[in-house]
Design a protein. Structure first.
Length: 611
C-alpha cells in the first residue's frame, strides 16, 4: 500500500528519499511524488503516475541531487483515480503546507464541502488534500498546536507527514491506525511508514502509537499524544534486521529467494524454543500471560490471506491436542460479527507484517470485550505486535515479495509450538509430543529436499501453462495448504484457482470437471488418505486432469494422477508445510511462464492498511 518517507539532515535529501521509496516499492503502488527543500526559495516538487524511476528521471533531468529536507510518497489509489494530480504530496491554496498521507480520511467529504464554502480551492480528488487546507485554515504560528487541531477534525485512519515551506527543516506528523516510525541518527532524522525505508541508514527507531503527533528536526524530536499517553525512556528501539537481508541477491525475484529461505525460516522460528531433552516448548513471549493462558477454554485464530491459511492448519492441530473449541476466522468478517468473547477466550492475531488493519481491528475488538490477545507476528515492533497482551515473533527476517511464502511455513510451526506450550500449562499429556517435536526439528532438512526438486516443479508448471482453470483439493490438515496454493496462483499468475476440501466436491463443484480443469490434489499418506483417494477417483472418472502431491509411492495413486510429485515422509501435521513449499514453487514457475511481475502483482499491496 502507500509508502511514506521523510528526511531532514545534511546528506542529500533527494537520494535518501528516492532510495527509501524504492525500498518500499514491494508494498505495491500506482503513482509517486516528492517534495525537496534546498537552497532555492521554492521547493522542488514532482508527482507522477507510475514507478519511482519516473521521479528519478525527472530529478536527474532537473539536476536535483541534494536538498536538506523533503518528503516522498508512493500512492495506492483509494479516493480519486490514478493520476499525476492525485499523487502526493498535496498542498493548500497558498502552496505552503506539503502533506503526504497513508490511510483514509472518512469524513473528508463534509470537511471538503465546508472548506469549499470557505473559499478553498482544490487541485485533486483525494481525501488527503483536505488535510493541507485544514493546516492552512488553523495555522497560527505554532506547528504543534496546529497538528493537534487538525487531528481533532479528522475521522478515519492516517499516517500524516508534512512540511511547512517557511520551516523546511522541521517535519510535522500525526498517526492513527496507520504505521509511522521515526529513525534517528546523529544530525539526521527519518520518518517512514516502514523501517525498510531507512534501515540502511539507522537501526535506532521510535514506533509511534495511535494519536501520537509532533515535530522532528535533525537534532530534536518532540512527540505528544492526543490522549496524553507519555512515551517511555526506552522507546528508542534497535531493530535487528539487516539491510542485507532485504536484498534480492542472485535470485530473479524476491519470491523465489523467500521460498528458498523456508528451511532457514523454520530454523529461526524454532531456535531456542524446543528443548528436546526435556521435551519442552519454551516461548518467552508468553511467559507473562501464562496464568491467564492456563485457564483459556476457547481459541480464536484470526488473520487474512496467507496468515489465515496458516491458521486453518493450526486450528486442526489445536483441536486435536488441546481438546478445546478452536475457530479460524477471516479478520474482515470477524470484526463485524458478535463473537461471544470472554476472559477465557484466547484470541490469536496472525500477521506477517503486523500492520493488517482488519486483523488489528478484530484484535482490538476482542481485547475490549475481555479476551486474552496474543500475536504471531513477524515484524518486530509492528502495530499488532504492540497491541496484543503477549505474543511470539516469527523471526524470519524481512519478507519483501507481495506473495507471502516463508511466513506461511513459519506461522504454522509457531502456532503448533504455541499449542504445545498451552498444553504444558494446562498439564495436558500429549503422547505424540516427542514425535512431533522431532519431526519439527527435521523440517528444514525435509524442506530442502522439496526445494532440491524444484526443476521437476518447473517442468510441471511449463507443461500446464496453457490451462486456465485449477482446483486445489485436500482434506484435514491439507485443506490449509490447498487454500494457500490456490491463493498464490491467483495472486501472482492471475489464473482462476479455487480450493476445496476434497470431500466437498461432490456437493456441487464436481459439475465443473472436464478435461480442461486441472485438479491439484494434496494426498499424502495420512488419516484421510483412503477418503482422498475416493474423491480422486470421482474426479478422474469425469475426465479431469489430475496432479497429485503425495509422499506415498503406490500404484493406485500413480494410476490416478496424470502427474505425481513427491514430498518427503513426515507426520501428517507437517504435510501442509512440505506441500506448501512445493505449491509456492509451482505458483512461482507458473507465473514465470506468463511473464507476470511476480514480486509486485497488479492491484495488490504487501501490507493492507486500509479496510
Ligand atoms: O501481513 P499479513 O500476514 O497480515 O498479511 C495478510 C495478507 O494480506 C497476506 O497474507 C496476503 O494474502 C498475501 N499477499 C498472500 O500471499
Amino acid at each position: 500500500m502507500c509508502g511514506i518517507v521523510g528526511y531532514v539532515g545534511k546528506n542529500g535529501a533527494t537520494k535518501i528519499l528516492l532510495n527509501g521509496l524504492k525500498n518500499l516499492e514491494y508494498r505495491g503502488y500506482d503513482s509517486a511524488g516528492l517534495v525537496v527543500f534546498g537552497s532555492n526559495s521554492a521547493p522542488f516538487l514532482v508527482k507522477k503516475k507510475g514507478q519511482v524511476e519516473v521521479l528519478e528521471r525527472e530529478c536527474a533531468k532537473r539536476n536535483l541531487s541534494g536538498g536538506f529536507s523533503g518528503l516522498c510518497h508512493s500512492r495506492w489509489a483509494t479516493h480519486g483515480g490514478v493520476s499525476d494530480k492525485n499523487a502526493h504530496p498535496h498542498w493548500d491554496c497558498q502552496k505552503r503546507f506539503f502533506i503526504v498521507h497513508n490511510g483514509i480520511i472518512e469524513n473528508y467529504k463534509e470537511l471538503k464541502d465546508k472548506l469549499l464554502k470557505e473559499g478553498h480551492k482544490f487541485n485533486s480528488e483525494t481525501d488527503t488534500e483536505v488535510v493541507a487546507h485544514l493546516f492552512e485554515k488553523f495555522y497560527n504560528g505554532d506547528l504543534n498546536r496546529t497538528v493537534e487541531k487538525v487531528m481533532r477534525k479528522l475521522n478515519g485512519a492516517y499516517a500524516l507527514v508534512g512540511i511547512l515551506k517557511n520551516k523546511p527543516d522541521v517535519i510535522f506528523f500525526a498517526r492513527l491506525s496507520s504505521p509511522l516510525i521515526i529513525g534517528k541518527k546523529e544530525g539526521e532524522v527519518f520518518i517512514a511508514s516502514d523501517v525498510n525505508a531507512f534501515i540502511e541508514h539507522t537501526k535506532n527507531v521510535i514506533y509511534l502509537d495511535d494519536y501520537d503527533y509532533g515535530v522532528i528536526s535533525a537534532d530534536n524530536i518532540l512527540i505528544k499524544n492526543l490522549h496524553n499517553k507519555k512515551k517511555k525512556k526506552g522507546d528508542i528501539k534497535v531493530i535487528d534486521w539487516d539491510y542485507e537481508a532485504g536484498l534480492k541477491k542472485n535470485y530473479r525475484h524476491f519470491m523465489l529467494k523467500e521460498i528458498f529461505e523456508e528451511p532457514e525460516a523454520v530454523i529461526n522460528a524454532t531456535r531456542g524454543r524446543i528443548i528436546i531433552d526435556d521435551m519442552q516448548v519454551k516461548l518467552g513471549g508468553l511467559e507473562q500471560v501464562r496464568h491467564r493462558l492456563r485457564l483459556v477454554d476457547k481459541i480464536v485464530l484470526c488473520a487474512c490471506g496467507t496468515a489465515y491459511n496458516a491458521g486453518l492448519a493450526a486450528k486442526i492441530f489445536m483441536e486435536e491436542y488441546l481438546r478445546l473449541p478452536v475457530s479460524c476466522e477471516v479478520a474482515s468478517e470477524l470484526r463485524y460479527r458478535h463473537f461471544p468473547y470472554d476472559a477465557y477466550t484466547c484470541f490469536v492475531g496472525i500477521s506477517q507484517s503486523g500492520e493488517t488493519i482488519d486483523t488489528l481491528k478484530a484484535l482490538e475488538h476482542a481485547k475490549k470485550l475481555g479476551a486474552l490477545t496474543l500475536g504471531v507476528v513477524n515484524v518486530v515492533g509492528s502495530t499488532i505486535a504492540r497491541a496484543t497482551d503477549a505474543g511470539v515473533y516469527l523471526h524470519i527476517g524481512p519478507e519483501i515479495a507481495v506473495a507471502s511464502t516463508k511466513a506461511y511455513i513459519a506461522q504454522i510451526v509457531v502456532l503448533y509450538l504455541m499449542a504445545l506450550y498451552i498444553a504444558q500449562l494446562k498439564n495436558i499429556k500429549i503422547l505424540k509430543k516427542k514425535v512431533i517435536l522431532e519431526a519439527i526439528l527435521k523440517l528444514p532438512m525435509h524442506l530442502r529436499q522439496v526445494l532440491n526438486n524444484s526443476r521437476s516443479v518447473k517442468t510441471l508448471a511449463d507443461d500446464f501453462k496453457n490451462y486456465r482453470h485449477f482446483f486445489y483439493l485436500g482434506r484435514k490438515y491439507n485443506y490449509s495448504v490447498v487454500m494457500e496454493g490456490a491463493l498464490k496462483l491467483k495472486e501472482i499468475a492471475y489464473v482462476f484457482a479455487e480450493a476445496y476440501p476434497s470431500g466437498e466436491m461432490k456437493h456441487g463443484p464436481i459439475a465443473l470437471i472436464d478435461r480442461k480443469m486441472v485438479n491439484i490434489v494434496v494426498a499424502p499418506k495420512d488419516s484421510v488418505y483412503k477418503k482422498n483417494l475416493s474423491n480422486l477417483e470421482e474426479i478422474k472418472a469425469r475426465g479431469g486432469k489430475v496432479i497429485v502431491i503425495t509422499n506415498n509411492k503406490d500404484s493406485a495413486i500413480e494410476k490416478l494422477g496424470d502427474n505425481v510429485l513427491y514430498i518427503p515422509k513426515t507426520i501428517e501435521e507437517l504435510n501442509p508445510i512440505l506441500a506448501g513449499s512445493l505449491l509456492h514453487l509451482f505458483a512461482y514457475y507458473y507465473a514465470l511462464t506468463k511473464n507476470r511481475p511476480i514480486d509486485k502483482p497488479r492491484n495488490l499491496a504487501k501490507s493492507v492498511t486500509v479496510e
